[in-house]
Design a binder for this molecule. Structure first.
Ligand code: NAD
Length: 354
């Protein structure tokens, strides 16, 4: 079969090393010649941020971070950055914190150094998100892509095992969905397959020993690959479902991804044999769905949407919202009937693939 694709690789420095975040940040701030640095971290992430920023001058420490970047919080943070004449943004935290830095960069063009402390992966994408009156808007803009990402697995040690698992499965979802998203290509698939391998090795180690660094390094490496693949491939069926569910019913981001993924995989795998074979090989199992189910058992993964605040009566409405946004590239055509079946299964947590 001939190869025929267009691929864009986003330009970004990635500095990866456990215990090295403070040293790497100081070197990057110097390399960029920044003088007025704004450090963004939520209250829960603030101590990590102070340790990471110990070697630099911080002009403004900012902690007014909220999930899904409410527009009023973004505007307040933009005003604070402008008032302090900030010339570099450093965000230390999960996807919500990275999201706030991106919101500032979107209107100011300020460079970002991202220091992630979860496996969300926002640091490696040029995607921004803002929420106004419970409606989340997302877009792509290269101004929001961090110029540098500093990964240090030690910074994730304080992330509780349960949240680590959910966040890691969110990263795994980026990989799986990248196999059939609208701009899927062989480069994205290669990165995604290696991401699945690293996450399926790292996450059980994190679960078994949350204080061990090696499992967290694998998980963080996998999370980065997943985000690079996702950023290039775009949102597939899985992300469209989770985006609607998260926005319409205020479900938690990582847990929603962790719950929905196996149902989308079981839905698409028989219609995407090459992708399914690649996913299975990355899991080291004979078939993809078995590989994911086994991993989820080991991790005691989130199982049912009903556990996260969704009401059963909302399923019909959710299907109506999701159906029109499923990409045409999806391997199996979604209908109101098969999508209702999928969402109901995810709602009740019935074993995926059976
Ligand atoms: P989050 O950033 O809200 O973090 C979850 C919780 O964990 C928060 O309370 C946070 O304070 C805490 N936390 C973070 N790191 C910690 C640590 N090391 N130790 C202890 N507590 C810690 O959640 P998330 O899952 O990281 O990110 C989700 C958000 O990111 C969503 O809004 C999602 O839409 C966005 N996202 C965006 C992209 C993108 O490309 N733009 C990609 C993925 C996710």
């Amino acid at each position: 079969m001939s190869l025929n694709f267009n691929h864009v690789t986003l330009g970004q420095r990635v500095l990866f090393g456990s215990g090295k975040a403070a040293e790497n940040l100081a070197a990057e701030v110097e390399r960029l010649g920044a003088r007025t640095v704004m450090v963004i971290a939520s209250a829960a992430e603030e101590q990590i941020a102070r340790d990471v920023a110990a070697g630099i001058d911080v002009a403004l420490q900012y902690d007014d971070v909220a999930p899904h970047v409410p527009l009023d919080k973004a505007e307040k943070a933009r005003a604070a950055a402008a008032a302090s004449r900030v010339d570099l943004l450093v965000c230390v935290g999960g996807g919500s914190t990275t999201g706030l830095a991106k919101a500032i960069a979107l209107t100011s063009g300020l460079p970002i150094i991202a220091v992630p402390t979860t496996y969300a992966g926002s640091e490696a994408t040029n995607v921004w998100g803002l929420t106004e009156s419970s409606r989340k808007t997302t877009g792509t803009d290269d101004r929001v892509l961090p110029v540098t990402v500093i990964y240090d697995a030690e910074l994730t040690l304080s992330l509780p095992a349960e949240l680590s698992v959910a966040s890691g499965l969110n990263a795994l979802a980026h990989c799986v969905d990248s196999m059939w998203a609208p701009r899927a290509d062989p480069i994205n698939s290669a990165l995604a397959a290696e991401g699945i391998r690293a996450l399926s090795e790292g996450l059980p180690a994190v679960k078994a020993d949350p204080s061990g660094v090696e499992g967290r390094e694998q998980a963080l490496y996998g999370a980065y690959l997943s985000a690079v693949a996702f950023s290039s491939a775009g949102s597939g069926m899985h992300h469209k479902i989770c985006h609607v569910l998260g926005g319409a019913y205020n479900l938690p981001h990582a847990q929603t991804h962790a719950t929905v993924l196996p149902y989308v995989l079981a839905f698409n795998a028989p219609h995407a044999p090459e992708a399914a074979a690649r996913i299975a090989a990355a899991f080291g199992t004979a078939d993809a769905v078995t590989g994911l189910n086994r991993l989820r058992d080991v991790l005691d993964a989130p199982k049912a949407l009903k556990d996260y605040g969704m009401a059963e009566e909302a399923i019909g409405e959710a299907v109506g919202l999701i159906l029109p946004v499923i990409p045409a590239s999806n391997p199996k055509q979604a209908t109101a009937e098969n999508l209702t079946e999928l969402i109901r299964a995810a709602y009740f947590g019935t074993t995926p693939g059976l």
